[in-house]
Design a protein around this ligand. Structure first.
Ligand code: CTP
Length: 400
């Protein structure tokens, strides 16, 4: 069956140069099985004419000028299974965040009960502006789906983040939103966040992991119908309701919490940034600053993921690899050395960030395949990861 068979998609177009790509997008959404109806802001019509979209979608396009009875956007809001705003300009995102209804597309987004997804497209500086950063964070917090933007050369002649994703990438991302229920009844155990290794009663060795990716994967697995247990290091995040959460501090506690729960686990996903070493003998009372130098002896922690993958029988095992360089090489080595079924690798450090950010890009490797997931909100990446993982899990469970 086609990915978007029988889905009603409202393609909403705001006024940016990337609107020319939306003509191709309208076509590809239909090729994937969707019925498409188009709504345009006034400024979008400066870039592409409604006639183009009418011809491509086979339906009249809703614009301020065409909405004779004044209710066309409400009708569309009810008809939609998904509202996809592509391109979504910085101005449109700002208006969406503030709940404005001063044009038909913003009003439609307010009036619909369907999920709303935006594909940002703007100049690099606009994307990096603190006002846009805040708006994007609010967008992500409110559960509005965000696809991209990608990095690359822009119509304005600059290079950086802000390019709208390519039409086929947007089609793939839309398809993940309709994938619920695939993991019905499957038990998934996920580790997330950093671990903390005590030095003394008030000091720890830890890392910069925020837990955002792990929590996003827990939510995506839950949305796909799985029974999810999250073993989490210390984070400021609230786990999704219906996820059973076990809080731990150290790598050893995480190891124990995981192994206690493996009998009932079909898929294990290790996303935690586990401290590779712990202090051999943490001080019982607070260390005082006396000597000029201080030596602390560290000993190796158990590798939780490798220990789960070494069990027999074992769950389907997915690991994460955060690397500053040689991404694919290092990740493939970890996949092989730890005998994993899949690994998700991302670049950290430098401009790409990764740790603590709201966006990420992932390279998914299995022993025989490789897929690149372009930069997107972690919530959206998590959905894509779960979709790919489910494919491999069922392939392995029920070989053709
Ligand atoms: N992991 C684990 N237990 C550990 C260390 C890592 O379960 N003690 C898991 C992480 O959750 C992640 C993967 O292993 O899924 C990361 O692999 P690893 O090789 O340990 O990554 P790094 O610690 O970053 O390794 P290195 O420092 O050698 O790059």
């Amino acid at each position: 069956m086609k990915k978007l068979q029988n889905k009603h998609i409202v393609l909403a177009i705001s006024g940016g140069i990337a609107a020319y790509k939306s003509a191709d997008l309208a076509r590809r959404l239909q090729d994937a099985g969707a019925s498409v109806r188009v709504i345009m802001t006034e400024s979008a019509q400066e870039f592409v004419t409604p006639l183009t979209f009418q011809a491509l979608s086979g339906n009249p396009v809703v614009t301020a000028g065409s909405a004779a009875n004044g209710m066309a956007h409400i009708e569309l809001a009810r008809w939609a299974d998904l509202v996809l705003v592509a391109p979504a300009t910085a101005d449109f995102i700002a208006r969406l965040i503030h709940g404005r209804a001063d044009d038909l597309v913003a009003a439609l987004c307010l009036a619909t009960g369907a999920p709303v997804a935006v594909a940002p497209a703007m100049n690099r500086q606009m994307w990096e502006n603190p006002a846009t950063r805040t708006n994007i964070q609010l967008l992500d917090q409110r559960g509005i789906q965000r696809f991209g933007p990608a990095q690359g050369s822009q119509a304005c002649g600059e290079t950086g983040y802000g390019r709208m994703l390519e039409p086929q990438e947007l089609v793939e991302q839309c398809a993940t939103l309709f994938d619920s229920g695939r993991l019905q009844g499957v038990s998934i155990l996920i580790t997330a966040g950093p671990t903390q290794e005590p030095i003394d009663p008030v000091r720890v060795i830890t890392n910069l992991s925020s837990g955002k990716m792990g929590y996003a994967v827990a939510r995506a697995a839950l949305d796909a119908g799985a029974k999810v247990t999250l073993v989490s290091g210390s984070t400021c995040l609230t786990p999704p309701e219906r996820v059973k959460t076990v809080r731990v501090q150290t790598a050893q506690q995480m190891f124990d919490a995981v192994h206690e729960r493996l009998d009932d686990t079909q898929i294990f996903i290790g996303i935690a940034a586990v401290s590779d070493y712990r202090v051999e003998e943490p001080a019982q009372s607070k260390l005082k600053k006396s000597a000029d130098t201080l030596e602390i002896k560290l000993v190796k922690n158990p590798d939780i993921l490798a220990s789960v993958a070494a069990r027999n029988p074992r769950p389907f095992c997915v690991g994460f690899a955060a690397e500053t360089d040689h991404l694919e090489d290092y990740a493939r080595k970890k996949l092989e050395q730890k005998r994993l079924d899949m690994i998700a690798a991302n670049l950290v450090g430098g401009e790409t960030g990764g740790i603590g950010t709201d966006d990420n890009a992932l390279l998914l490797l299995t022993p025989h395949s490789k897929v690149e997931l372009p930069r997107a909100a972690k919530s959206q990446l998590a959905r894509q990861l779960i979709e790919h993982m489910a494919n491999h899990y069922f392939e392995q469970k029920n070989p053709a």
